[in-house]
Design a protein around this ligand. Structure first.
Ligand code: HEC
Ligand code: HEC
Ligand code: HEC
Ligand code: HEC
Ligand code: HEC
Ligand code: HEC
Ligand code: HEC
Ligand code: HEC
Length: 487
């Protein structure tokens, strides 16, 4: 060991000078980047830019305006590939891939990639393949695409023998896309390329191209809520470009989708796991509250409250079917607490609790009054052989679908996002009208008037189901009563 040269300044000053030099040489990024800056800004990227400036000027311009260009992250840093990668091809002397998957982004953005990968978003295609195996396999695996599910849910991207992507599987940036490298998801579902801006992703429009329409009518719900109204009026005060975006601190004019489902509030971190704060499953025929199971490897899945609660340390099947150890379980109550923490930045505790109570009661009302009786009657008819096992081939089944899916989802999402229009006039009123109208008419046509009334009485416990439905149909008064009494 060398003895210290007495003419040198003491250690702490040396350390200070070293730290200062480091700070001056290495840029400090607002976004946490895991890769050492020495490993990007690769020289091969220069030729991509000069050529693509001509061949695709718009795309290159988007990149030039981005935080990536400012930080010297170029085309090749993202599009580089190993010759052995399934979708690698040679392009102007370099080996590249067109798809930049979450695995590629994850070299620099580990945390966001891990959270997105663990989230329910990334299970969007897996869920469909499991729930609709026949449809998924139909027409050489093209069934889901032809049914119109994959633009939002994602495709399995396949690669032809020559390394090019099969055109029937891409372009696609669906949220649960399965990539040639095995990774799942598509970061440019929300972060439009090639600007990859977080300000753009914070805007409610980032979610609109999937979360609108009868599958998930959130854009409509938000737009017709007070929150959406205020966002429109005060967009300039939303500070969308801010490095940090903490509710109540960096902005207060209105919450966006991202405020409630993803970003930070005092005491809660921002997360790319969008489903974390939701207690209910609002898109099934009958709603149930769900626990969130967190596995040892970070992956997640939901377990309905009616199923046995998974225990810490026990083995449980993941969504992809493999077994893994349970690390922690977030109960619906815990998930609700986290969501409520966002609200109390702008509302009182009492207001927030009152809202949540009304919302829960709305879902229970939908469940008990319409969803459970309708589901039980359908079940009874299948058991009696009065309906064929084939789904959606009979008028009664089509009205049942519209009852819980088109009308029922709209009502429940509308109530969750505080939109009276979607919750009531476009939601619960239509549920009531369909239950007592078209659906009952079809039921009578199928089994006869008397049997229909017997079934209705057996499962609703009411002799005249229409009576209460009128209360829902006249609407405003019922809605108000429900709000005031919390029933
Ligand atoms: C080679 C490293 C690297 C790769 C690969 C990379 N990024 Fe980045 N990313 C960065 C750096 C550096 C920044 C800028 C950090 C800053 O300015 O604070 C950044 C910033 C961002 C931002 C914030 C932009 C803003 O508006 O402030 C987003 C969003 C982002 N990246 C998404 C992605 C996505 C999605 C991918 C994959 C398609 C990706 N990045 C791939 C290094 C990388
Ligand atoms: C000499 C000009 C030139 C250079 C250099 C060049 N490209 Fe291209 N690139 C093109 C042209 C032309 C196309 C085809 C555009 C089209 O199909 O419209 C293309 C297509 C692409 C595609 C899309 C392929 C697909 O599957 O659709 C990607 C990704 C791409 N280039 C990335 C890069 C990257 C990364 C680099 C740097 C390593 C690079 N390019 C260098 C001209 C060039
Ligand atoms: C931050 C990472 C990143 C950088 C930097 C980047 N790309 Fe991309 N690029 C992507 C992603 C992500 C996609 C979407 C592919 C997919 O997932 O379907 C893409 C798609 C493309 C495509 C095909 C899709 C289309 O819209 O036509 C071309 C061509 C392309 N990039 C060229 C370039 C060029 C040229 C540059 C540099 C000027 C560049 N990229 C810089 C991430 C990046
Ligand atoms: C490319 C399509 C797409 C985009 C963009 C998208 N989502 Fe989703 N989202 C989905 C799909 C599909 C599901 C259903 C996933 C599943 O559970 O199988 C989903 C599920 C969800 C859920 C429900 C989670 C649960 O617990 O069931 C929430 C909350 C959500 N998304 C919020 C958002 C927000 C907020 C944005 C915008 C920042 C967004 N999503 C952008 C397609 C998308
Ligand atoms: C416009 C985009 C879009 C299209 C197209 C779409 N979905 Fe969805 N889907 C969503 C969103 C967003 C959700 C999330 C709703 C939620 O979790 O509350 C969802 C949720 C679901 C769910 C419940 C969650 C799950 O994954 O288990 C099922 C099942 C489903 N979709 C099936 C389908 C099928 C089948 C098709 C094609 C016939 C389809 N979807 C087409 C956007 C879409
Ligand atoms: C559901 C939409 C959605 C998807 C999908 C998505 N992001 Fe984001 N991302 C956002 C939003 C919204 C923000 C801003 C969050 C905030 O400010 O709290 C963000 C912010 C970021 C940031 C900036 C983080 C910071 O510290 O400021 C990075 C980096 C990033 N995303 C990378 C990714 C990568 C990598 C992927 C794919 C693995 C991805 N994102 C997929 C919506 C999304
Ligand atoms: C003021 C906060 C808030 C805003 C803004 C908001 N949401 Fe929600 N969202 C909620 C609450 C609360 C729930 C119900 C949570 C539960 O189940 O306990 C919910 C439920 C959902 C669900 C259903 C989740 C499930 O489990 O089925 C989706 C999908 C969703 N929101 C997407 C969005 C999108 C997209 C936007 C923007 C267009 C948005 N939300 C705006 C608070 C908000
Ligand atoms: C960033 C601030 C902010 C956050 C976070 C926020 N809100 Fe709001 N909210 C507002 C503002 C502002 C209004 C409009 C108040 C007014 O003028 O009536 C509002 C109005 C409402 C209303 C309409 C009822 C009324 O007339 O006041 C409901 C319901 C509501 N919020 C529920 C919630 C819930 C539930 C959450 C959390 C999931 C939440 N809000 C989160 C700012 C916020």
């Amino acid at each position: 060991m060398q003895s210290r040269n007495k003419t040198q300044p003491p250690y702490f000053i040396q350390t200070f000078i070293f730290m200062l030099a480091t700070l001056l040489t290495f840029p400090v990024y607002a976004v946490k980047v895991t890769l050492d800056p020495a490993n990007w800004g690769l020289a091969q990227g220069k030729s991509c830019i000069s050529c693509h400036q001509k061949s695709s000027a718009g795309l290159t311009h988007q990149w030039q305006q981005s935080a990536h260009a400012q930080a010297k992250v170029n085309c090749f840093d993202c599009h580089q590939a190993d010759a052995g990668d399934a979708d690698a091809f040679e392009h102007e002397g370099e080996v590249i891939a067109t798809i930049v998957s979450p695995k590629d982004c994850g070299r620099c953005h580990q945390t966001e990639t891990q959270e997105a990968t663990a989230s329910t978003h990334n299970k969007a295609l897996l869920h469909l393949e499991q729930k609709f195996p026949k449809l998924a396999q139909k027409n050489d695996g093209q069934g889901l695409k032809q049914a119109g599910c994959t633009d939002c849910h994602g495709t399995r991207v396949t690669v032809k023998a020559d390394g090019t992507i099969a055109p029937d599987s891409w372009p696609n940036t669906g949220i649960g896309r399965i990539n040639p490298d095995g990774s799942i998801g598509s970061c440019s579902a929300c972060h439009g390329r090639h600007s990859f801006s977080k300000a753009q992703a914070r805007d409610p429009q980032a979610c609109a191209w999937c979360h609108s329409g009868s599958e998930s009518p959130d854009t409509e719900s938000y737009a017709s809520s007070k929150h959406g109204m205020l966002y429109q009026s005060h967009r300039a005060d939303m500070n969308l470009d801010s490095e940090q975006w903490v509710t109540g601190k960096d902005y207060a004019a209105a919450p966006t989708c991202v405020t409630c489902h993803m970003s930070a509030a005092p005491g809660i971190k921002s997360s790319h796991d969008v489903g974390m704060r939701s207690a209910w499953e609002l898109s099934t025929p009958i709603s149930e509250k769900q626990s969130l199971v967190i596995f040892a490897d970070g992956d997640r899945r939901e377990v309905a409250e009616s199923e046995p609660a998974p225990k810490r340390g026990a083995a449980l099947a993941k969504v992809d079917g493999s077994m893994a150890k349970v690390k922690a379980v977030a109960s619906p109550k815990r998930r609700r607490q986290i969501m409520s923490k966002v609200c109390i930045e702008c509302h009182s505790k009492g207001f927030t609790q009152g809202f949540m109570r009304n919302f829960d009661n709305f879902v229970k009302h939908y469940n008990e009054k319409y969803a459970k009786p309708a589901a039980a009657i359908m079940q009874d008819l299948y058991a009696q052989g009065k309906l064929t096992p084939e789904k959606l081939d009979e008028p009664l089944e089509q009205h049942y679908w519209q009852l819980w899916h088109d009308d029922g989802i709209r009502a429940r999402h509308g109530a969750a996002m505080a939109s009276p229009t979607q919750a009531w006039t476009e939601g619960m009123h239509r549920v009531a009208k369909r239950f007592n109208g078209d659906w009952t008419t079809q039921l009578k046509a199928l089994v006869g008037e008397q049997e229909a009334l017997r079934l209705l009485q057996k499962y609703t416990g009411e002799t005249d189901a229409a009576k209460d439905a009128i209360e829902d149909a006249i609407g405003a008064e019922t809605a108000e009563n429900t709000q005031n009494t919390g029933k």
